[in-house]
Each structure stands twice: as C-alpha cells, then as structure tokens.
Design a protein around this ligand. Structure first.
Ligand code: ADP
Ligand code: MG
Length: 479
C-alpha cells in the first residue's frame, strides 16, 4: 500500500503536470520527493536551495491551489531542502525545513568585513580599463552583444545554470545565488552565459554598472596598480561595480596577493548586495591553489555546472549560429557535425566555420563530402567511436522508421528486423557488452542480442537482398 504522502503528492503531480509545460514539469517537479504528512502539512524534499526558491517564485500559486485541492483548505506545504554546501563539505545532506513563502529565511548571510580605504573622502577613482590620459566617465561593461540569452540554446546540459543566470539577471544581488559560480570544461558556454547575464542586467536595469573582466586581466591590472602605487584606486574602482563578472577564476590559483585583494572586493560587493558572477573550469571543491577563505565564499551562493550538450542541443546550437549568420547549410551536414564533435562546442563551431571558409574559398557548394574532409582534420587524433545511438539512427534512417519504434515493444516484422540489425551492428562496431546493447535497444536482455546476431548472420548467408541491406548500412556507418 502506498503511504499517504506519496499518494497525495502523486495526485498533486498529476494536476501540476496538466498545468505547466512538460519540460518545466520534468525539470522542477520530477526531482521532488514527498517525505511525510503530519498535521495537514505535506513535506517535500527539494534538491537545493535554488530549487526551493525557484518553486516559490514561479509555482507558488499552482502549488497552493493544488495542495488545497488535494488536502482540503487546511493543507499546507513545507520544504525540506538539501543544502547546497553539503555537496562540498560533508557528504551527508543537511536538510532544513522551510514553510512555504518564507523566502527571507534562506538568504545567505554575509559576513561583515568593511574596509574603508577611502577614509571617508569622496573623489574620482581612476578606471584601470582606461589608459592614463584618456578620459572616460562611464565604465565600459566589456560585454559581447552576441553572447546573449537569445543566442544561448537551452538544453538539459545547461538548464540549471541558465535558469539561475536568468534569475540573477532579473534580480541582481537579491537572490541567494551570490556569488553565482558557473563551471564546466572548456568550450561549453561559461563565458557566453556569463555575458548573457550581464547583458540582461543591462537590459533590465540600465543604471546598473556591469563589468565583465577576465581573471588574467584582473591580475594584470592589480600588478600595474602595485607598480604605480595606486592599489586603493584599483580596489575602489571594483567596489563601485553593481554586477561583477570574473571569468575563469581558476587563474587566481597561486596568486596570493591578487586573491587577497579580490577577497576584500568580494566582501565589499557581497555585503552591499552587489552581484558577483564567477566562472571556473572546475567545481569549487576541485579548485586548487585558492585560499580557503576565498574558496569558502565561492560556495556561499550557487555553483552550477554546464554539461556536454546532447545531440539535439548540439544541432540546435549549430542551427542557431547558421541562422544568426544568415547561412544555409544542408541539414545532413549540420547533423554530421553534431554527431562527430561531441565534447566541445567551440570546436564544433570551429569546424563549422572552416567548412564555410573552405566552401567559399574554393567556390564549392557545401556538401556532406566536403564536411567529412574537414571533420577529419578536426577529429583526426581522436579515433571516432561509433555509438549505439548512432547505429540506431543510421539503421532507422535507412528503413525510414523512427528510433522510438525500434526501442518500443512492437513485434512487427520490419521493426524487429531493424532492431536486430541495430544490435548486430552494435556488437560488430562497438565495445559494449551484449547486456548494454540489449538495454539500449528496446530494453532487451543479452540473450536477445545474441539471438539477433545469429539471426542476422543467417539472413546474410541465405538472403541475397538482405545481404545488400547489411552492406549498404555498414558503408553508411563507416562514412
Ligand atoms: P567556455 O567559456 O566554457 O570555454 P564559451 O562560452 O567560450 O565556453 O563557449 C564556446 C562557444 O560555444 C561560444 O562560441 C559560445 O557562443 C558557444 N556556445 C556554448 N554554449 C552554447 C549554447 N548553449 N548555445 C549557443 N552557443 C553556445
Ligand atoms: Mg570561457
């Protein structure tokens, strides 16, 4: 028998699902776990503080209505939040209960650490971005217009970081995501997303001073300020900023003096509810060479990572880029690129640009063949491994059926045969176990895969037409 809280929450979910887009449901409601019902209070566990805030901000009305509908007018909701910091320090989740609509309670506390290097006097502070002698009053944000939210394709890989970034841009310095730290391997969109937030803040709040700075630039400016004996000005300049974006903070490693100065700037900004956005190539817990006191501050807000995008997202990114540049390219070429360059969006865009360059240089039309020649140059060193997904796709394309079909339970002859072919080629071309292949091809067991391989081998020997299919598909796979 289902316990009461599971049952009630199940009913709530059914209502919620009908009322919001599927994707939002998946993102924000599927990860929630019902915990208990006591005295008309339903407690649900959410994975992070961010989740809690997001739900309270976007779905509070829906949640309230649904709870009242399922539990009666006395029904209430309470959250149990797995605190973010537990990801890094002690592994066991700390849970904190918050009744609904009590947002203030979770705002991160800032530690008071005022520094007044200005001794109360006000005067004009030199801008380290300006070469001395050249006057400029406004702080140039150093933002790149094309790195906007509009141009940032949303996918499962970046949903959390993107939403957090969006929330920050709507309410800089006022959310719990301060600092917002975006981390990932190279080429996955950290810089783009950081700019997008900055641009959006400027759209929303034209009067706010936004500044994007690369960590290396920051370090050099600091070194210059030491040389010119105007460190105070340097610090003051940064303390004036409303939204400070520091890109690639891992470069602070080992730079103790710069870390020290940044520590003061950070404290001042954070304390004055100014927004800090950081990016790094590692999770905070893996950042080496940073002072513990600075590192601990990096963990105050939210650390959100960007993952490698899935195929659909990669295709969407390429298409967006082509569209923005007003270029047309056959879909098969786009798809080929997205299939073959999987781990770095910058590289994928690089390949796209070289194909365009080649085509225009030699006045060739863009064809799959041209793309293949170019791609070889990009992925030469990494021997391309054919994946089960890719095999399924090639087989399905060949027979003009959808991938869903071969992963379904259907026993229709053509579908079964396509599924068996996918299994056969997966055995032949990948290093996956029979069990894994079975699992990915319609959730079958290893014996089914073995049977499929035998059947296909038999058919190859006995059926001339089938033999042609197999060799044609094999050719496509190896292209
Ligand atoms: P990182 O800073 O993580 O090394 P970048 O932000 O420089 O990565 O991104 C590399 C390239 O990929 C940029 O041209 C960027 O516009 C593009 N890119 C990354 N993610 C996306 C996305 N989700 N949508 C569109 N373009 C993206
Ligand atoms: Mg970057």
């Amino acid at each position: 028998m289902k316990s009461k809280h599971v049952e009630v929450w199940g009913k709530c979910l059914a209502v919620i699902k009908d009322n919001i887009p599927y994707q939002s449901f998946k993102t924000w409601f599927e990860p929630i776990k019902p915990m208990k019902i006591e005295n008309n209070v339903l407690t649900i566990q959410v994975p992070s503080q961010f989740f809690y805030e997001w739900l309270e901000e976007h779905y509070i009305n829906l949640l309230k209505k649904t709870i009242k509908k399922e539990m009666g007018p006395a029904g209430r909701l309470e959250y149990s939040i797995i605190m973010d910091s537990s990801r890094y320090e002690n592994k066991a989740p700390i849970t904190v209960n918050y009744p609904t609509a009590n947002r203030k309670a979770v705002q991160n506390k800032s530690v008071a650490m005022p520094i007044d290097l200005n001794h109360g006097k006000s005067r004009e502070i030199p801008n380290p971005f300006i070469i001395p002698g050249l006057k400029k009053l406004k702080v140039e944000s150093q933002l790149v217009d094309s790195y906007s939210f509009d141009n940032f394709v949303e996918g499962d890989c970046n949903r959390l970081a993107r939403s957090a970034g969006w929330a920050v841009a709507e309410n800089p310095g006022k959310t719990a995501f301060n600092p917002l730290l975006i981390y990932s391997q190279v080429g996955l969109g950290k810089t783009h997303l950081a700019h997008a937030i900055g641009l959006q803040v400027k759209n929303n709040f034209p009067d706010k001073t936004v500044l994007y700075v690369q960590t290396e630039q920051f370090i050099n400016q600091y070194i210059d300020s030491v040389r010119n004996n105007n460190q105070n000005d340097f610090v003051h300049f940064y303390q004036m900023i409303d939204v400070l974006i520091l890109d690639d903070v891992q470069f602070l490693a080992g730079k103790e003096k710069t870390q020290d100065i940044f520590f003061h700037i950070f404290n001042h900004l954070h304390q004055s509810h100014k927004q800090i956005i950081l990016t790094s190539d590692k999770a905070p817990v893996e950042l080496k060479g940073l002072e513990p006191r600075l590192l601990s501050r990096f963990k105050w807000g939210l650390a959100a990572d960007l993952q490698v995008p899935d195929l659909e997202t990669r295709i969407a990114i390429l298409q967006k880029k082509l569209y923005a540049d007003g270029i047309e390219m056959p879909y098969e070429v786009v798809e080929y690129l997205a299939y073959n360059i999987t781990t770095n969006i910058r590289e994928m865009e690089g390949a796209l640009i070289s194909i365009l360059a080649q085509a225009s240089l030699n006045k060739k039309t863009i064809t799959l063949d041209l793309a293949k020649q170019m791609i070889d140059k990009f992925v030469k060193n990494t021997t391309r491994e054919i994946s089960i997904d890719y095999i399924q796709k090639v087989v399905c394309d060949y027979f003009g059926i959808t991938i869903d079909l071969i992963n379904s339970k259907t026993r229709k002859r053509e579908i079964v045969q396509a599924r068996q072919l996918a299994m056969f080629f997966s055995k032949k071309h990948t290093k996956n176990s029979l069990a894994t292949i079975g699992l990915q091809c319609g959730n079958k067991d290893h014996a089914t895969v073995l049977h499929a391989c035998r059947t296909i081998n038999n058919l190859i020997e006995t059926d001339k037409r089938f033999r042609i299919y197999v060799s044609e598909i094999d050719k496509k796979l190896k292209l």
